[in-house]
Design a protein around this ligand. Structure first.
Ligand SMILES: *Cc1c(COP(=O)(O)O)cnc(C)c1O
Length: 479
């Protein structure tokens, strides 16, 4: 782009943006499973107004903007209450998202171990179902990952696997409530008991489920205890920008004990400028997400959330039952939440993703990793709940259509061949050839992505990670 010499009118800008937006998946009709958690229009409007009011103020300095400090403290108060934290000792921070909350929890654990136990080569124990954000935290913070398998049938972490994996260098154990991929809650009470006995910190990743699970519990669902009622749980991450229905940029990291949160905070008075004290990763930021989150929580209210939870629970049950009745599809494990994974012995699951897209529904492919077969992730939000019959009907059609298609999987030996061809490096020419071979033109993806998914699925993980990073590196190019 070339900067216009004279600024454009607001109409011109609006026209341009709306033309661009037209290329995106249409989120407003609520047919995207994943990425989008939008409340009904009335609440969205309340969020917009609150966001705009605090668009410019900067939470960086709470003494200059005490309004934002108050909003944050109130959100944290609600979050701690919701997850039964001991109010005398507990504390938390508002962050930009689950990833930031997780990075901070790992950072706090690492600093504590370094400062009090002199550990400089820290390890953290991760079930294979833990969210990728922990892998990112490990990479950013240089913490070694100790991966543990999960039960092959229930996809829940096995408590004894933690017990076996603990060493003198363990700074943190991680469990999910629920895991994103399969929507099941790990046996947190048993894992908490081990954490207590062995004196290791335990982080529960309740990013996706923390807000909604207590409502499921109130609706009479059997919810495995996962919050601060469980002894041994020392920190929890919970996103408001998922099932709290706040706009993106809204998550919290919570600690049973404020003294642990202190290790999360960064302060700096050894540079030439103003004193920096940052509880979170970001420094300057907009007050918008915070104000919008506060507004959404207050606009929906407790009864509103309970009713939304009821709709999502009911729609999920209906969907699971419908899929259970389809001979070609299997629900991988009965979920504890309104998200789950399906797979098939008879169909190519990646074609199914494309066939759903043709029918106006976006669903997420999840590639094969370790113990897990390739599968498709389904999640139900309040926008999807009223359309669940349509989803089921389209899924039945998509299954029929997929049945007629040959497998998208590359021929046997392909992965090895490609691996050998790429060797240790991936030259720009080889990469271009590879992309052309799967129909990617000028970095726009083809309509159907089954072949790409199947190839990524067949490659060794390291190689597919390298290819994906390369693709991103090319995709973001100045224009
Ligand atoms: C979404 C999610 C995260 C990461 O959160 P972001 O908000 O995308 O950064 C972490 N854990 C789980 C279980 C999640 O579902």
């Amino acid at each position: 782009m070339k900067l216009p010499a004279k600024g454009l009118t607001s109409e011109a800008i609006d026209q341009h943006l709306s033309a661009l937006e037209a290329q995106d998946l249409n989120w407003r009709d609520g047919r995207i499973m994943g990425y989008i958690y939008a409340p009904r229009e009335e609440t969205l409007e309340v969020a917009r107004q609150a966001y705009m009011r605090f668009l410019i103020p900067n939470p960086l300095d709470p003494t200059v903007f005490p309004s934002l400090l108050k909003l944050e403290n109130e959100i944290i108060g609600v979050a701690l209450e919701h997850l039964h934290a001991p109010r005398e000792t507990a504390a938390g921070s508002f962050t930009s998202g689950g990833t930031e909350s997780i990075i901070l929890a790992v950072k706090a654990a690492r600093e504590l171990a370094r400062r009090t136990r002199g550990i400089d080569t820290p390890q953290m124990i991760l079930p294979v179902t833990a969210h990728a954000a922990f892998h990112k935290a490990a990479e950013y913070l240089d913490v070694e990952k100790v991966m543990i398998d999960v039960d092959p049938k229930t996809f829940r972490a096995r408590p004894e696997a933690y017990a076996e994996a603990i060493t003198e260098r363990t700074i943190l154990m991680v469990a999910s409530a629920p895991s994103y991929a399969h929507g099941v809650v790990d046996p947190i009470p048993e894992i908490g008991a081990i954490a207590l006995e062995r004196d290791v910190l335990l982080h529960v990743d309740a990013c996706v489920g923390g807000w909604l699970l207590p409502y499921f519990e109130r609706l009479g669902e059997p919810v495995t205890p996962f919050d601060f009622r469980v002894p041994g749980v020392t920190s929890i991450s919970m996103d408001f920008h998922k099932y709290g229905y706040a706009p993106k940029g809204a998550s919290v990291v919570l600690y049973r004990d404020k003294s642990l949160r202190e290790h999360q905070i960064f302060s700096c008075s050894t540079w030439a400028g103003y004193t920096i004290i940052n509880p979170t990763v970001q420094s300057s930021r907009s007050g918008g997400p915070l104000a919008a989150c506060w507004a959404v929580l207050n606009h929906i209210g407790d009864e509103g959330y309970l009713e939304m939870a009821r709709q999502m629970r009911d729609a999920t049950k209906k969907l699971v039952a419908a899929i259970d009745a389809m001979p070609d599809l299997d629900v991988m494990v009965e979920p504890d939440f309104c998200m789950f994974a399906i797979t098939s012995d008879t169909l190519d699951i990646f074609h199914l993703v494309d066939e759903m897209k043709v029918r106006g529904w976006y669903v997420q492919p999840q590639l094969h990793t370790g113990q897990h077969r390739a599968n498709v992730h389904l999640s139900v939000s309040v926008a999807i709940a009223p359309q669940i019959d349509d989803f089921i009907a389209r899924l039945e059609e998509a299954v029929e259509a997929t049945r007629a298609l040959p497998s998208a999987a590359p021929p046997p030996g392909f992965a090895e061949q490609l691996g050998a061809m790429l060797g240790t490096g991936l030259s720009p020419e080889t990469f271009q050839m590879l992309l052309a071979g799967v129909g990617v033109q000028g970095f726009t993806l083809p309509e159907r992505s089954a072949v790409i998914n199947a190839i990524l699925d067949a490659l060794p993980e390291q190689l597919s990670e390298q290819i994906l990073a390369r693709f991103m590196n090319e995709l973001y190019r100045a224009s």
